[in-house]
Ligand binder design. Sequence first.
Ligand code: T46
Length: 134
Amino acid sequence: MQVIKYAFQQHGDDRGMLVALEEYKDIPFEIKRVYYMYDTKKNVHRGFHAHKSLEQILICIHGSCKVLLDNGTEKKIVSLEKPYEGLYIANNMWREMYDFSEDAVLMVLASEYYKEEDYIRDYNEFLRMVGVEK
Ligand code: T46
């Protein structure tokens, strides 16, 4: 499984750092939605689903967290700990987010508006969808 992690351009000067993200330039899709999670409680695991068509980029803009990616046959764990790094997650990929630091802010850029019908929350249904029978 190929993990796509972007290192966005950092604009730094003696005042500090700035990262700018433009759709179709830094982000490979039109950004239709932005959401972020914070104050995530200790030992919490979030996610546990895949998406039928949604593409996303996850950026831990403060603190750190881990993301487990699972394509049905292979699993990879990715650490997000830099505000200029973005993890691309395509559709048909099971994801779990965990190990959030107390100060973690995980921001997500999404290619579609929020649509509950796009979620696959049943792991066996996910396996069937990616062609791994269960
Ligand atoms: C994903 C991972 C990385 C909305 O009303 N609008 C939204 O755009 C989103 C994302 C969520 N919500 C509501 C639905 C739930 O009542 O916020 C609540 C928490 O959402 P959820 O339990 O889906 O959060 P996570 O952290 O399990 O998953 C989220 C995204 O939903 C999902 O698309 O890929 O982050």
